[in-house]
Design a protein around this ligand. Structure first.
Ligand code: SAM
Ligand code: SF4
Length: 336
C-alpha cells in the first residue's frame, strides 16, 4: 500500500471496488436495458490504460477485491489484456481477489485464460433454465450458449456463483429447479431482489417485484433454513439448506438494509466514482486521469475527496405508494 487506507466518514474501510468496463452488452435483459439502447461514444469510455491506472491507484489505497462488471465485460475489445495487467496485483499479494460478473455468453472462450491468470471465482447471471424464458428475459440471449460457458468455467477450475434476479410471475416456479440444478452442478446460488434502476417504468417494476422474504418463506416449505454468519465481502446474506448442505445467498437491498457494513464503491465505464449504488453523488475520476497522464496524485486526491463524502446508506423503498428513491441510471451503466 502506498498510502493511508481509505476509511469513510462512518469508519467503514473501503476494500472492495467494482468497475464497469463497458456499457455495452450482447443481451438486453428486460429489467436492465431497453431494447434499443444508446451506447456511449468510445472516447467517453476509459481506455484500458486508464482503467489500469485507476484500478491500480485503488489497490495502492488498500482495495483488496476487484470485481469487473458492465454491461457485459467480456464483450469489451481486448479485455483480456486488462485482466492480464491486473493479475500483477494478485501476484504481488496486494489484491486478494480479482473477479468478474458476467452473463456467461463469452465464457466458453475466455474461462481457461481467466483461470490461468489467477481468477478463482466468477458470478454468472442466470434467471431461468427454460430456453424460451431465457430468450424472453434476455431478449437476445441463448440459454445453451450460457450453459456451455458455465460448464467451461467449471472445467477450468473456476468456482461459479449463479445470480438469479427474483421476478414475480417469471421465475417463481423455478425456485426449486434452480436450487436442484445448482446443487447438482456444485454452483453457489444467490437471489437478487429487482431494483428500481433505469427507466423501465414504475408500474412494470412494481409488478415484477418479488420480495425475497416471500421467496424465503416458499423455500422454508421444503427446506430447513439456517442463517449463517458467512460473508464473502459482499452484501449477500447466506442461509444453509440443512437437507442438502447448499448455501443460498440473498441480496435484498430493499427489504434488508445492508449499508452498515458497506465496504465498496463503484466506478462506471466513464470513470465516475459512485460512493453508493442508491445515491446520485459521484466524483469524476476521468478528468484527473486525462489531465495528468503520468502523475496519479490528482487522481488519488479525487478518490480520497469522494470517499470522505460516502453517504451512510441508500433510500430505495418500495413500501410507500410508488417506487421511492428510484435511480435514473441503468444498472449496466453503474455496473451491478
Ligand atoms: N452483464 C453482466 C451480467 O449480467 O452478469 C454484468 C452486468 S449486470 C448489470 C450485473 C447484475 O445486475 C446481473 O446479475 C443482473 O441480473 C443484475 N441486474 C440488472 N438489472 C437489475 C435490476 N434492475 N435489479 C436487480 N438486479 C439487476
Ligand atoms: Fe446485459 Fe447483464 Fe444487463 Fe443482462 S443484466 S442486459 S446481461 S448487462
Amino acid at each position: 500500500m502506498t498510502d493511508a487506507p481509505l476509511i469513510d466518514p462512518f469508519a467503514r474501510p473501503i476494500t472492495y471496488l467494482r468497475v464497469s468496463v463497458t456499457d455495452r452488452c450482447d443481451f438486453r435483459c428486460t429489467y436492465c436495458m431497453a431494447e434499443h439502447m444508446q451506447f456511449l461514444p468510445k472516447k467517453e469510455l476509459l481506455s484500458l490504460e486508464e482503467l489500469d491506472r485507476l484500478c491500480s491507484a485503488f489497490v495502492g489505497l488498500g482495495v483488496q477485491k476487484l470485481r469487473i462488471t458492465g454491461g457485459e465485460p467480456l464483450v469489451r475489445r481486448d479485455i483480456m489484456t486488462f485482466f492480464q495487467r491486473m493479475s500483477r496485483h494478485l501476484d504481488s499479494g496486494a489484491l486478494r481477489e480479482l473477479t468478474l460478473t458476467t452473463n456467461g455468453s463469452q465464457l466458453a472462450r475466455f474461462a481457461p485464460d481467466l483461470a490461468a491468470l489467477g481468477m478463482k471465482r466468477v458470478n454468472v447471471s442466470l434467471d431461468t433454465l427454460v430456453p424460451e424464458k431465457f430468450a424472453e428475459i434476455t431478449r437476445w440471449g441463448r440459454l445453451d450458449q450460457v450453459l456451455e460457458g458455465i460448464a467451461a468455467a467449471k472445467r477450468a477450475g473456476l468456482r461459479v456463483k449463479i445470480n438469479a434476479v427474483a421476478l414475480k410471475g417469471f421465475n417463481e416456479d423455478e425456485l426449486f429447479s434452480l436450487i436442484d440444478w445448482c446443487g447438482g452442478e456444485g454452483h453457489d446460488l444467490t437471489f437478487i431482489e429487482v431494483m428500481p434502476m433505469g427507466d423501465m417504468g414504475e408500474e412494470l417494476r412494481l409488478d415484477q417485484y418479488w420480495p425475497l422474504s416471500e421467496l424465503r418463506a416458499r423455500l422454508a416449505e421444503r427446506f430447513t433454513l439456517t442463517e449463517t454468519d458467512e460473508t464473502t465481502g459482499g452484501p449477500a446474506r447466506y442461509f444453509r439448506l440443512e437437507e442438502t448442505g447448499q448455501r443460498i445467498g440473498f441480496i435484498t437491498p430493499l427489504t434488508h438494509n445492508f449499508c452498515e457494513s458497506c465496504n465498496r464503491v463503484r466506478v462506471t465505464c466513464t470513470g465516475e466514482l459512485f460512493m453508493c449504488l442508491g445515491q446520485e453523488d459521484n466524483a469524476d475520476l476521468r478528468a484527473p486521469l486525462r489531465a495528468h497522464p503520468s502523475d496519479d496524485s490528482a487522481l488519488i486526491a479525487a478518490i480520497r475527496g469522494a470517499i470522505s463524502r460516502k453517504p451512510k446508506g441508500h433510500d430505495f423503498d418500495y413500501s410507500r405508494q410508488g417506487v421511492a428513491g428510484q435511480m435514473s441510471r441503468h444498472m449496466s451503466h453503474t455496473g451491478g
